[in-house]
Design a protein around this ligand. Structure first.
Ligand code: SF4
Length: 459
C-alpha cells in the first residue's frame, strides 16, 4: 500500500443548452485528484447512455465514447474504488446514479434488502442507495427515505428524465457545490471545476438539502432536518484542490492558516533556527506558504514534483514504494546543501514517505531537517469515504495504542518518537484545538473522527 491518503471519489453533473459531454469530461478532469482508479459518464437524450473505464478520465475516454454520449444533461464520476455511474430502469423511471462517501450500515441494509427480494451485483454502496430510492414512488421521496435509513456520508447526483437531482447527507460530510452561466447549470464535488469551466459559483448544497437541476435552473425541493453539521475537516487540509472553496472557506486560506499556526507554536516554544521553509509537494504547499508568512523564514522549493509519475497502481513492496517515492519527488540539491531546512506536509500516515524525504534531504547535504505537519496525528480510520488506512497502518497508533492525544504533553511525547523513527531533527503537528482554531469553523460543525475518534453520526 502507498503511504498516503487516497481519496475516494468526486461527482459532477450538468444541464446545458447544447451537448454536455465535453463539459462533463473536462469537469471530471478538474476533480481527478479525488480518485484515479475509475471514471464514468452517463448522459440523457430520451434514454440513458453510459460509459465507464478503469483509469483516469483524460486518457480513458475515446472519441467514439464521447460521440456516443449524446444529450444535453449528464453526470460524471471519478473514483478510487468502483465504476460509477450505475444505471437502472425502475418504477421511478430510468436513472443513473453517482455518489461520493461511505455508508456505515451498508451490510445491515443489504441484509434487509435481500430479505425483501432485492438482488445485488457486487453489494456496492451505490447499489444500496439506488435500491432504497427505487423502492419509493418517486425520486424525491426515495431521497427522503435514503436519509432516514442510512448512517454515513454521501454527496450524490441522479440523472433522470426530470433533470439532475443532487443531494447531500444531513451532516454534510462531503462537499457539493452549484454553479451556472447563461446556458448551463452544474453541480460538483469541488468549486474548481465550475470556475474552470467558466461558470459562476451559486452556493453549496446544504447538509440535508435535495435540489433538482433542470432547464429552469436550480430548485430546492426539500430541506431535511440536520442534527448537526460534520464537514470533513480533512477536505481543507488535504483532499480538496487548493483552488477550491467549500462551505464558505477557501482551501488556500485554510492551509495558509494551518501553516501559520505551526509557525506560531514554534515561536511560542522559543523559536526555531532554520534557513528556509519548504513544502512537500503538492499538498504541503499552502501550509509551507503560511509558515513562511508567519515566521518570515525564506520560502524555497527543495523537492521537484514529477507530474508524470504514475500513482495509479499499488506498490506492493517496501522497495517498490521507495522507488516510486523517488520518482515522484526529486531533490533540488542546490537549495539543500548545508542548509537547516523546515519542511511542511499535510499529514503522516504510515511514516515511510516522510522518512524517505528526510533521509533524501540529509543525503543531499541538509544540515538539519525539521518536519511540521498541518493535521493532528491520524489515530483512527475514516468511516466516511476517505481512505486514511487501517488502525495498524497509522504511525501514531504504533506509539499510542489507544486513547486521544488530548494534551500537549502527550503530543510532544509522540512528536519525539516520530522524529526518532524518521530521523528528523524535530517534528511538530498542529494539535486538534490548534487545527480547529486555524480552520476558523466551529468544532461542532466539523468531523474530526480520524484525529479524535468521535463519530459525529448518531444512531
Ligand atoms: S474521519 Fe477524517 S477523513 Fe473521514 S470524514 Fe471525518 S475528518 Fe474527514
Amino acid at each position: 500500500m502507498e503511504d498516503e491518503i487516497r481519496d475516494n471519489c468526486g461527482v459532477f453533473g450538468i444541464i446545458s443548452r447544447g451537448p454536455c459531454v465535453y463539459d462533463i469530461f473536462n469537469g471530471m478532469d478538474f476533480i481527478q485528484h479525488r480518485g484515479q482508479e475509475y471514471c464514468g459518464i452517463a448522459t440523457y437524450d430520451g434514454k440513458i447512455h453510459q460509459v465507464t473505464h478503469h483509469g483516469k478520465a483524460g486518457v480513458s475516454f475515446t472519441a467514439q465514447d464521447l460521440e456516443y454520449l449524446k444529450g444535453n444533461q449528464g453526470i460524471g464520476h471519478v473514483s478510487l474504488w468502483e465504476r460509477q455511474p450505475m444505471s437502472w430502469q425502475s418504477r421511478v423511471g430510468d436513472i443513473s446514479l453517482a455518489f461520493s462517501g461511505n455508508i456505515i450500515n451498508a451490510d445491515e441494509l443489504i441484509g434487509d434488502l435481500k430479505r425483501q427480494g432485492h438482488s445485488f451485483y457486487r453489494s456496492y454502496n451505490i447499489e444500496v442507495i439506488a435500491k432504497i430510492i427505487m423502492e419509493s414512488d418517486d425520486i424525491l421521496s426515495g431521497l427522503c427515505n435514503l436519509a432516514e435509513r442510512i448512517r454515513g456520508a454521501y454527496a450524490l447526483v441522479i440523472l433522470s428524465a426530470e433533470g439532475i437531482y443532487a443531494a447531500r447527507d444531513v451532516y454534510g460530510f462531503r462537499p457539493l457545490i452549484l454553479g451556472k452561466d447563461a446556458g448551463r447549470t452544474a453541480v460538483c464535488s469541488e468549486s474548481r471545476a465550475i470556475v474552470n469551466l467558466e461558470m459562476d459559483i451559486i452556493r453549496d448544497v446544504k447538509p440535508g438539502e435535495i435540489v433538482l437541476i433542470n432547464d429552469q435552473g436550480v430548485q430546492s425541493l426539500k430541506q431535511l432536518p440536520s442534527p448537526r453539521k460534520a464537514y470533513c475537516a480533512f477536505e481543507w487540509a488535504y483532499t480538496a484542490s487548493i483552488d477550491s472553496v467549500m462551505d464558505g472557506l477557501y482551501v488556500q486560506e485554510a492551509r495558509n492558516n494551518l501553516g501559520r499556526s505551526l509557525a506560531r507554536r514554534d515561536r511560542e516554544e522559543g523559536g526555531l533556527e532554520a534557513d528556509l521553509v519548504a513544502p512537500v509537494p503538492m499538498s504541503g504547499i499552502g501550509h509551507a506558504v503560511g509558515y513562511h508568512q508567519e515566521s518570515g523564514l525564506p520560502y524555497q522549493e527543495v523537492f521537484l514534483y514529477n507530474r508524470y509519475a504514475d500513482r495509479s497502481y499499488t506498490q506492493s513492496t517496501q522497495d517498490a514504494r521507495k522507488k516510486m517515492a523517488k520518482r515522484k519527488l526529486s531533490i533540488l540539491k542546490y537549495a539543500v546543501e548545508g542548509k537547516r531546512i523546515l519542511i511542511c506536509d499535510d499529514s503522516i500516515v504510515r511514516g515511510t514517505q516522510i522518512l524517505y524525504k528526510v533521509r533524501d534531504l540529509k543525503e543531499a547535504g541538509a544540515r538539519e531537517v525539521h518536519v511540521r505537519i498541518a493535521c493532528p496525528p491520524l489515530m483512527y480510520p475514516c468511516d466516511f469515504g476517505i481512505s486514511t488506512r487501517s488502525y495498524d497502518e497509522l504511525a501514531a497508533r504504533h506509539f499510542f495504542r489507544s486513547g486521544d492525544i488530548d494534551s500537549l504533553d502527550k503530543l510532544r511525547e509522540l512528536e519525539r518518537w516520530v522524529a526518532d523513527q524518521i530521523g528528523a531533527d524535530s517534528v511538530k503537528y498542529n494539535g486538534t484545538a490548534a487545527f480547529v482554531a486555524a480552520l476558523g469553523l466551529p468544532r461542532e460543525d466539523l468531523c474530526l473522527k480520524c484525529f479524535d475518534g468521535v463519530i459525529p453520526v448518531s444512531g
